[in-house]
Design a binder for this molecule. Structure first.
Ligand SMILES: Cc1cc2nc3c(=O)[nH]c(=O)nc-3n(C[C@H](O)[C@H](O)[C@H](O)COP(=O)(O)OP(=O)(O)OC[C@H]3O[C@@H](n4cnc5c(N)ncnc54)[C@H](O)[C@@H]3O)c2cc1C
Length: 421
């Protein structure tokens, strides 16, 4: 065995979780220990660099464990209690030297540049001599007595007492996350411990007539996901964005998209996204239109309502009622029609036919079951093997939830590995 290739810990994947794990590990336990990150891509932190539209929303001061989707909510709660937002902020500010700033509960680097976060992690692990192998894709891990043998596509072999799988999920595969965790774990554990990866935090598509005319339009409101039997299965508030593909996106739509993916995958072909396009109640909207009818009776509906609604939304909704907003005056709209318009503006049913593919989704659902990991992310029954970040079956809503999971799981794994190096 070549001594050069023997490590105390090999981390597979130099994304958010892998980098953070290395930083936490090496900070506390670097003396005479050898740590290696093996990264498939030409650089570390490629997906991290894209986060928060290039600004990196790295955590949230009001993380709610109930807003994650996982097979083990109690363990998740415990993990976040042990290493949550406070601990993350402390490490970023006092060890990595990143000045942070809050926008409400969302936490960003004060530069509002994700490269600040990538660089801070990159420089730190280099200062403390964590080794990095780039352009090396790991293709197998074998469990030998007291050590693992890690092989890469180029034929290189590494030996380590501890191995961390931090290979991410399946979304934005151009950043290197191509769902390798499942294959790497296959020979080491039971297949049933892996929930297949699916896109989450993604857009929804619809074939409803006229929706493409709204491409690029944003409005504040809310979305309810209603299943084929008429039950509300999920709900979120915030910005709705109409996409050029003929669908809807925006933070509140992405937050409920995981529920839609599950319903569609389970064969429900009658799923609806019911949109409130106004952020107000139907009663309030009725009153507003009613008053406008007294004030601007002679104007077309499109003109009369333009101070309260985007013209394209008025047009879209009135077309559904069989009316033309630029031909009809507000005087001609009777009380019943005002009520119908108000109801539609506040509960517009959009039949959902599909969802954005892995190239566009922000996170994956699925991964290795949290239930099958101990409190330090070590695979139960496989001493020295850890799974962290998006490779674990744990994904949250938008707003720093997913990066917080990357930091939390990475820090807990580092703590566990420290007992075994
Ligand atoms: C556009 C976009 C915006 C986002 N914005 C936010 C945000 O603002 N806030 C937030 O909380 N979350 C955000 N997320 C989600 C967040 O980026 C991820 O949850 C997080 O990056 C997951 O970290 P990870 O380390 O587990 O995986 P990744 O960051 O995907 O890293 C995995 C790494 O493993 C490497 N790898 C894969 N397979 C192998 C292999 N076989 N051998 C060696 N290396 C391998 C990959 O090349 C990659 O570098 C966003 C995601 C996207 C796509």
């Amino acid at each position: 065995m070549m001594k050069d290739n023997v490590y105390d810990c090999v981390i597979i994947g130099g994304g958010a979780a892998g980098l953070y794990c290395a930083a936490r590990l090496a900070r506390s336990y670097c003396a005479n220990k050898r740590f290696l990150i093996i990264e498939a891509g030409p650089r570390v932190g490629r997906k991290l660099a894209l986060t928060g539209s290039g600004r990196c929303n790295l955590t949230n001061t009001e993380i709610d464990p109930d807003k994650y989707n996982t097979d083990d909510p109690d363990k998740l709660r415990n993990c976040l209690d042990r290493y949550g937002c406070t601990e993350t902020i402390d490490f970023y500010e006092n060890v990595l030297g990143v000045v942070l700033e809050n926008k409400g509960s969302l936490v960003y680097p004060s530069t509002y540049k994700s490269s600040t976060v990538v660089d801070a992690l990159r420089f730190y692990i280099s200062d403390i001599n964590v080794e990095t192998e780039l352009k090396e894709r790991v293709i197998s891990i074998a469990d030998k007595v007291n050590s693992f043998v890690v092989k890469t596509e180029s034929g290189r072999t590494f030996h380590a007492k501890n191995v961390v799988i931090a290979t991410g999920g399946i979304t934005y595969p151009t950043t290197g996350s191509t769902g390798d965790a499942e294959n790497l774990l296959e020979k080491l554990t039971d297949d049933s411990f892996f929930v297949p990866f699916k896109p989450a935090l993604t857009s929804l598509t619809s074939e409803i007539t006229g929706i493409k005319a709204l491409a690029g339009i944003r409005c504040r409101g809310d979305v309810k996901i209603v299943d084929g039997e008429g039950r509300v299965r999920d709900h979120s508030e915030g910005e709705i964005l109409f996409t050029k593909e003929g669908g809807i996106s925006g933070i509140c739509v992405m937050d409920v998209s995981g529920t839609v993916v599950e319903l569609l995958e389970n064969g429900d072909d009658n799923v609806k996204a019911v949109l409130n396009l106004t952020g107000k109640s139907a009663g309030e909207i009725f009153q507003m239109i009613y008053i406008r009818r007294q004030m601007y009776a002679q104007r077309t509906c499109a003109d009369a309502l333009s101070g309260m609604l985007l013209r394209s939304i008025t047009d879209f909704v009135m077309k559904k009622m069989g009316l033309k907003c630029d031909k009809m005056t507000l005087r001609e709209l009777n009380d019943k029609q005002i009520a119908e318009l108000s109801n539609l503006l506040c509960a517009f049913p959009v039949p959902v036919k599909g969802y954005g593919d892995v190239d566009k989704a922000q996170v994956s659902s699925g991964g290795f079951k949290l239930l099958r990991l101990d409190d330090n992310m070590q695979v139960k029954d496989v001493t020295g093997l850890y799974v962290i970040g998006e490779a674990v079956n744990c994904n949250g809503i938008c707003g720093g939830y997913n990066l917080q999971w990357a930091w939390t799981s990475a820090a807990l794994a580092a703590e566990g590995i420290s007992q075994n190096v």
